[in-house]
Design a protein around this ligand. Structure first.
Ligand SMILES: Nc1ncnc2c1ncn2[C@@H]1O[C@H](COP(=O)(O)OP(=O)(O)OP(=O)(O)O)[C@@H](O)[C@H]1O
Ligand SMILES: [Mg+2]
Length: 454
């Protein structure tokens, strides 16, 4: 918190002891109360982290009832308060009872002030650590807010994000289109100490090669025709924040070299400029492409790959996230209903089945779009199959089965290709078919064959 002294509440009715304690805790911000009522008032007003609590308070100075009642009420109002109970000499029963009531520790009279000071300082330290812990936990909960996914695969991805988010590591997010790469990149940014800084994204596939360099590195006035004024690039604009290089696999070779230099030296030089400008930015990259394959084809630099993939996180396609489809659909339905001011309560059972059976090649984005337009089209309170426009939804069993078979075939071939590194004889072996059959199947499914012979 702030640099102010830690605040200690002393609940003690004996004026002599009050004075003595105030004196020994000079380096704290001490407030004192003489009975239960004023103790609770002080608690509300000053929010002390630690309370030193005498058990014998008026009107029951000789007993302990008031003391215990005070402890209970303090913890009801401020459960994180650390209470240290002062007990009578050798009064073990009340010491035990205090801990049972939720007190942090006890110290018996006559007070050994050295020991008491140690106990108090440890209590403050623990309180601080616990508060920090709660803060971190809340931060990660809000950073991952809006990410739906109970499947094992998604939970693994979220756990990884929680771990690397707070570091400065360069993260590579892998996944097909619409799997949530940008969503995760933003979560990583929110989890970092840079969360107050900018989050800037640039899509390397969407910007023509000759403009991408200027977009990334900026330019000086007059650097080329049309450079009317000095302009900062995205790297500089993301200073003290995070930069998402979306579709890094599509970055042209010349720029890959320049980016690598930036990652090594952490300075940029604007086009036409002479200055080198240090920039502190966290780089996050994403791609739907298979980078090792691009490296093999000489289209992506291996050294850059190792630089950008200090940690890689793979976001699985929706079809591999068992159980996530229905919760996502409901989430998007609520969002869309709110956005369009529609009262739509849910899906019909048949519609939900169709949603679960659909292959979702466009992944979460395709699902989001389908639900969104269904909400706009919906006539009743529930979304039915008609409004969803899913090809496989109408329940034509034969067609459906063919679809399922095709999908399974395609997936098996793709998996075998990845596993065998594109060696077609081995792929055919693994699949238990001949090479010509494999060729036919690949043609049928529009799968690309490796260009170099195996
Ligand atoms: N797990 C999820 N929970 C909730 N919404 C999600 C989830 N994953 C993705 N989305 C939503 O789906 C849409 C697509 O996600 P995003 O843009 O992050 O995907 P992407 O992988 O970057 O896609 P592309 O490769 O097409 O750029 C976004 O609207 C995003 O909010
Ligand atoms: Mg994206």
């Amino acid at each position: 918190m702030s640099a102010r002294q830690p605040r200690l509440l002393i609940v003690e009715d004996d004026a002599g002891l009050q004075r003595q304690l105030r004196w020994s805790f000079e380096d704290y911000d001490v407030v004192v109360a003489g009975d239960r009522e004023s103790a609770l008032a002080m608690l509300r007003r000053h929010e002390p982290a630690v309370v030193l609590q005498d058990l014998g308070l008026p009107p029951d100075e000789a007993g302990t009832a008031e003391g215990f009642a005070t402890i209970t009420e303090i913890l009801q109002q401020a459960p994180y308060t650390k209470i240290i109970v002062v007990t009578g000499n050798g009064d073990r029963d009340n010491a035990v009872k205090s801990i049972g009531c939720g007190a942090y520790d006890f110290c018996s009279k006559p007070l050994d002030l050295e020991v008491l000071r140690l106990i108090v300082s440890r209590a403050f330290r623990l309180h601080e650590l616990e508060a920090e812990n709660r803060r971190l936990r809340n931060a990660s909960a809000t950073a991952l807010e809006g990410i739906i996914g109970g499947s094992e695969a998604m939970r693994d991805a979220c756990r990884l994000v929680e771990k690397v988010g707070p570091t400065n590591a360069t993260v590579l997010l892998l996944g097909e289109t619409g799997t949530g790469k940008e969503l995760f990149a933003r979560a990583i940014h929110r989890l970092s100490a840079r969360r107050e800084g900018p989050f800037v994204a640039i899509n390397c596939a969407a910007i023509p090669e000759n403009l991408l360099e200027a977009e990334l590195f900026g330019y000086e006035k007059g650097a080329y025709t049309g450079a009317h004024k000095q302009t900062k690039g995205k790297i500089e604009l993301a200073a003290n924040g995070s930069l998402l290089l979306d579709e890094i696999g599509d970055m042209p070779a010349a720029l890959q070299a320049k980016l690598l230099r930036f990652l090594q030296e952490r300075v940029v030089e604007r086009i036409g400029g002479r200055e080198t400008i240090p920039v502190d930015v966290r780089i996050i990259c994403s791609t739907h492409q298979n980078l090792p394959e691009l490296i093999r084809d000489g289209r992506f630099r291996e050294d850059l790959f190792y630089r950008v993939s200090e940690v890689s996180i793979r976001l699985p396609p929706l079809r591999d996230r068992a159980g996530d489809v229905a919760p996502l659909a409901r989430h998007f339905l609520e969002q869309a209903a709110g956005r369009h001011g529609r009262v739509v309560r849910g899906f019909t059972a048949k519609a939900l089945k169709a949603i679960e059976a659909h292959p979702w090649r466009g992944n979460v984005r395709e699902l989001e779009n389908a639900v969104n337009s269904a909400v706009i089209m919906a006539e009743g309170k529930q979304i039915g199959t008609d409004e969803l426009h899913l090809n496989a939804a109408a329940g034509d069993e034969v067609l459906d089965l063919r679809e399922v078979r095709n999908e399974a075939e395609k997936r098996a071939i793709r998996r075998a290709m990845t596993r065998e590194g594109g060696n077609l004889s081995k792929v055919a072996d693994v699949l238990g078919i001949s090479r010509p059959t494999l060729y036919d199947l690949m043609d049928k499914h529009g799968l690309k064959k490796p260009t170099d012979s195996d």
